[in-house]
Design a protein around this ligand. Sequence first.
Ligand code: ADP
Ligand code: ZN
Ligand code: ZN
Length: 806
Amino acid sequence: MYAQVIVDVPTMQTNRPYTYRVPAAMKEILQRGMRVVVPFGKGNRLVQGFVVAIKENAEQVEKLKEVIQVVEIEPVLNEELLQLGAWLADYNFAFQISVLQTMLPNVMRAKYGKVLRVLEPEKLRDWPQVALMFADRKEVPFDNDNVDHELLPQLLKLQKQNVIEIGYLVKNRAKVKMVNVLKSIKDMSFYQEQLQKLRSSAVKQARLLSFLMHAPSKFVPVKDVIKRYNLDYAVINQAETKGWLVQDQMESYRIPKLQTPVQPSQPLELNAEQQKAYDAITANIVEPEKRTFLLEGVTGSGKTEVYLQAIAKALSIGKTALMLVPEITLTPQMVRRVKSRFGDDVAVMHSGLSDGERYDEWRRIQRQEVHVVVGARSAVFAPLINIGLIIIDEEHETSYKQDDNPRYHARDVAQWRSDYHNATLLLGSATPSLESRARAQKGVYQLLTLTQRATRGALPTTEIVDMREAIKYNNDDVLSPQLLTSMQERLARQEQIVLMLNRRGYANFIICRDCGYTPRCVNCDVALTVHKDVGRLVCHYCGYSETIPRQCKICGSKRIRQFGTGTQKVVEHLNEILPEARVLRMDVDTTRKKGSVDKLLTAFGDHKADILLGTQMIAKGLDFPNVTLVGILNADTTLTLPDFRASERTFQLLTQVSGRAGRADKPGNVILQTFNPEHYAIQLAKDQDYEAFYRQEMSLRHAWRYTPYYFTVQIKFAHEQVNEAAKIAFETTNWLKNIVDKETIMLGPAPSTISRIKNKYYYRVVIKYRYDQNLMQALTELMHKGQQLQRQGVTLMIDREPTNFM
Ligand code: ADP
Ligand code: ZN
Ligand code: ZN
């Protein structure tokens, strides 16, 4: 028997299965989808791999190596996920191993180590220093911290003489949590008898006996018993010796906790529009015709309620459901809503979980112990079987696209999986991506609309404030008089306010007033951002930081001024002009700690603060009935992005954040401060008129030949030398130009918007095409060349439907 293994060596040359002999002892257990440890390469170092096929025959068997070890006795990838992996790697020009690993929790990625092993201990006597290092041990870890560099020449000699050898280790980091458990083993009368025999001073034993008398005949965690009956371990151990109970160890799941307990909730009675959407979706769940729905509903129209009831329908016919939510850590409210409907039947997966929690949630899904999965992007790989419904909430969100290797879009994966399962795919948004809305136009998706808010409240009214005017008469470039007055009104009425400023940190950057010098990152071509709380200038691309200078590095002048405004500075400003208002700040910097988002939002929900100030993090999903005013401090930040989707992003963001106002009975207002008040994205966001925006934007995309009229691919080349990056970019582009279709348009090559990041120079080409089989073949070929390019120090990136043009 032979196993075909995709090995954990992500290079182009190794991007294919390798054949290994299966030792007799493993023949019974080895299956497709299992993880194994195999020797690889000349040095036979050990690597992990995935078994993708098992065969009875192979060629040149005498040359084959053997599988060393099976990592776990069950497959970790089922048939569906193996097929998905193969397709996804192909489609996104990614390595198979990277794709397979992406489908699993992070901790399941192997950790590699080396050891030094003594083969002939007696010979070490002549090498006292080395002998000392081993100190009677057969094996010691071989890494930088452990081995004295001065010993390396000696070790090398000993290795040549076969006195010692270097061994490879593959460590499994995924750990199952075990807890101590106990069980009562006797009947009631036995315990009563014991109780009578006790001395009156033996109160703890008495308490334990009273528990044992009524204990369920199954294992319960020792910790719980000790806590509830105020006991200690000594009493439990003593009881075990006396034969009152038995102890054992059991697996325990680390289930992510929320700040407050979840209260069960009942489905709401749907309104007419919701009902119509629900009927269409559920009819397809029950009798699938492989249909994708686009649920276009204004903010607060009750899309989530439709999702929850559709999930319930899927469960009622024995199917499972997968619901994707963008950056779910940011909306514990959403988790709470789903758990309140489906209780323990829900697994949650997002990046805010600890490794252990993530692994355990994954195992609960894998073991079919839950039927509903809610999660962020990577949850699209949740190993659910028998899927009846896949939901992508806020389907337009860019976070569904993974921007690193392996690149993929969760929407593509969801589409693939729903085809595989013949499941219903439901995309929902107040502001669908143009791609999806256009597909609905063509009838590829079925369009469902919710035009009204679900609660009585109307959509908020929006006022646009022209900041060019506002700063003419007013020194304050953060809060216009209109916004300030409205805030004071709300504070007086005990209502709450959400403010969005799309820029974290303190000020944007600093500039010398005398010579104009601005400190820039040493690794990247960007200005550094002021972070006053840590007293440093920080690069938002690579994390490099330095202290805030007191004087100009170039001319020595002390007149250095901070420009622009970040969230930190606004908080300071608010504290000055509205000292009575309590302000919470929510941005990347205040939410790094685990659970901090939940804590912040719970506090705001409990009205422990009047103002929630945040970056675009706060635009999504928040549902606070007492928020009646939303202030957008600078609507222009996304508008100026060098990206053909800048208007779309701006419209989406403004609509989303506006939707946070007036979600319950109290009417909501939005004040939108901008330097571009006439821009159509801003004007249409004011009225939350998605359909009008869609029409206008489509005509522009048509004119400029962009998505969704054309597909796009971006190719990037990076090198430490700017000339090299340019050279390879031009060579490749010229090569491609001769291959691609006549209608295909190539833009560039040109330096990327930020031409240097982490000490590498970036060049890019953007290709727009309609149907171009030649291009696809050429890209696959290019990807195969990637290995060779890597040797020349070139990093190559091929990005299908890029969402990031930086
Ligand atoms: P969306 O997901 O479209 O933003 P939600 O599902 O969050 O909207 O609904 C907004 C608010 O309306 C929530 O507070 C929700 O409880 C409420 N809601 C939704 N559907 C109904 C309904 N049919 N009847 C009453 N309230 C509803
Ligand atoms: Zn200067
Ligand atoms: Zn940097």
